[in-house]
Design a protein around this ligand. Structure first.
Ligand SMILES: CCCCCCCCCCCCCCCC(=O)OC/C=C(C)/C=C/C=C(C)/C=C/C1=C(C)CCCC1(C)C
Ligand SMILES: [Fe+2]
Length: 540
């Protein structure tokens, strides 16, 4: 059966049976790893594990959680050893999880689901609880990545959770505010080859001052990494009291790239209305309909500078940077964008995603439309004349025009676009190409928000190809290079695929990253709910 997986370009795949619903349902954790049935041939050099995070508990106290990002954090692991594969999963013992299952109600407010009041307390004591303020969630369901010797499961708040990647046990809740001046950081750090980790987060300072702080966590050789971490760059917010939502950032050899999007966090709402019953993080977001989108550049150099140029373009939502690099005197920035200022997360309520296929399609028609875009920022601007396109790279149609008011207006080149087909959850050959000129990006294809294919995009030729199979729902494809590889795409893509109704309803899929043909699949007798992001850990 695994030989039948088809290679398609962009085609309209339909889901009349709505099998995708299964990936949004609660599952039990496993007491111990279970064996997988391997079909095909796993490359002998591929040893180690795939770690992924996602929501695993979608109902608490009999009540459904509202939003895709509310389910309690579950860690998944496929272990590959000598041709054999096992699968394991555990809930992370966060405060959010432990208290929810102990009290059988949502105790800590999640992204789109408010805490449920304690029925054992009277109205007066509840009233004072609301005024005690915000208990920020530690529901680390977004990603897992290494810092020094340790692995942390993360969301986007100040709480990260140390986990044991072997046993999947929860080890320690860490509050980043103890070490850094940030209110939270993204789930998408960048890592230098020496292990230095960089990240970006909002900082609500004294006197309501606002900034985006870029933080640097040194490698383990330099001591306990988190204790030695520091803020290296501060970028100002375009709007007082309303920082933009930031989900990832770009890093080239010498620069940080921060895209300030028109999706804003209204801090007044966050600090006031939010602490009343029924309000959630989702209630704190709003769109700025006039600012468009701003690009900020800062140098990585410790003596760093911030570019004084005002790079502007029209409004879009941005969650995932694909890659950014320097070429000549330009910064090239490749992004998964969603057109307009309407917040894409408004369309990710579980009730919407779990509708019949025809309804899912209708809802997606109203949402912002996805597009992979390349923006090019000139570094050398001072002597140019207004009105002229400053981009002279031969291989792109992206433009940057200096206006008389001093702003540099950017127009993108579209690298990938399909009707309601998003190229999202992007990955690259990170160890070789991060921050450098590159050719290939791999992503999850979202068809009206439903993940139903894996896509490879050649960002130089703009050609794409896809893997898909009827009734299959894959996840973000992680790239592992072949040891000693010569070519950028010489390696394997690993994705967890759910196939509801199959004898073994989920599998780890291994694709040859050149052709996107199937090498093997390791099937398990368990449905695996949606996973957002993860890491691979290779062993010699
Ligand atoms: C894998 C397939 C999924 C199926 C559908 C997905 C469609 C998705 C299309 C959009 C692109 C993808 C974006 C995915 C992004 C993602 O993983 O998001 C998860 C983000 C989370 C859980 C963010 C949590 C953030 C919190 C709790 C922030 C809290 C804060 C504020 C809002 C203001 C004050 C500071 C603080 C506490 C940090
Ligand atoms: Fe993400």
């Amino acid at each position: 059966m695994y030989l039948c997986a088809s290679i398609v370009s962009i085609s309209s795949l339909q889901h009349p049976a709505a099998g995708y619903r299964k990936i949004f349902e609660t599952v039990e954790e496993l007491e111990e790893p279970i064996p997988a049935t391997v079909l095909g041939l796993i490359p002998s050099w591929l040893k180690g594990s795939v770690l992924r995070m996602g929501p695993g508990l979608f109902k608490v106290g009999g009540e459904p959680l509202n939003h895709l990002f509310d389910g309690q954090a579950m860690i998944h692991k496929f272990d590959l050893q000598n041709g054999g594969v096992t699968y394991h999963r555990r809930f992370i013992r966060t405060d959010a999880y432990v208290r929810a299952v102990t009290e059988n109600r949502v105790v800590i407010t999640e992204f789109g689901t408010a805490a449920y009041p304690d029925p054992c307390r009277n109205i007066f004591s509840r009233f004072f609880t609301y005024f005690r303020g915000i208990e920020v969630t530690d529901n680390c369901m977004v990603n897992i990545y290494p810092v020094g010797e340790d692995f942390y499961a993360v969301t986007e708040t100040n709480f990260i959770t140390k986990v044991d990647p072997d046993s999947l046990e929860t080890l320690e809740k860490v509050d980043l505010c103890k070490y850094l001046s940030v209110n939270g950081v993204t789930a998408h750090p960048h890592t230098d080859p020496d292990g230095t980790v960089y990240n970006i987060g909002n900082c609500f300072g004294k006197n309501m001052s606002l900034a985006y702080n870029i933080v640097k966590i040194p490698p383990a050789q330099e001591g306990e990494p988190l204790e030695k971490s520091q803020v290296v760059v501060q970028l100002p917010s375009s709007e007082r009291l309303k920082p933009s939502y930031v989900h990832s950032f770009g890093m080239t050899e010498n620069h940080f790239v921060f895209v300030e999007q028109p999706v804003k966090i209204n801090l007044l709402k966050f600090l006031s209305a939010w602490s009343f019953r029924g309000a959630t993080y989702m209630d704190c977001f709003e769109s700025n309909q006039s600012m468009g989108t701003w690009f900020h550049l800062a140098s990585k150099d410790p003596a760093g500078y911030m570019s004084s140029h005002k790079f502007r373009t029209s409004a879009f939502n941005i969650f995932h940077h694909i890659n950014a690099y320097e070429d000549d005197s330009f910064i090239v920035v490749d992004l998964c964008t969603w057109k307009g200022f309407d917040f894409v997360y408004n369309y990710l309520y579980l009730a919407n995603l779990k509708q019949e296929w025809e309804e899912v399609k209708k809802a997606a028609l109203r949402a912002p439309q996805p597009e992979v875009r390349r923006y090019v920022l000139p570094l050398d601007i001072h002597k140019e004349e207004p009105g002229k396109n400053l981009v002279s790279l031969s291989y792109t149609t992206a433009t940057a025009v200096l206006h008389t008011d001093g702003t540099v207006w950017l127009e993108p080149e579209v690298l990938f676009s399909g009707p309601r087909l998003a190229f999202e959850f992007p990955q690259i050959n990170y160890s070789r190409c991060s921050g450098k000129k590159y050719s290939f990006a791999y992503g999850l294809g979202l068809n009206h928000f439903i993940p139903d294919r894996i896509v490879k995009l050649d960002v130089q030729s703009r050609e794409s190809r896809a893997w898909r199979e009827d009734g299959c729902y894959p996840s973000e494809p992680l790239f592992v290079p072949t040891p000693g590889a010569r070519d950028e795409d010489d390696g394997v893509l690993l994705s967890i695929v759910v196939k509801p109704g199959a004898e073994r309803p989920a599998f780890l899929l291994l694709l040859d990253a050149v052709e996107l043909t199937e090498l093997a699949r390791a099937e398990v007798d368990a449905v695996i709910p949606v996973t957002l992001h993860g890491s691979t850990v290779t062993k010699p």
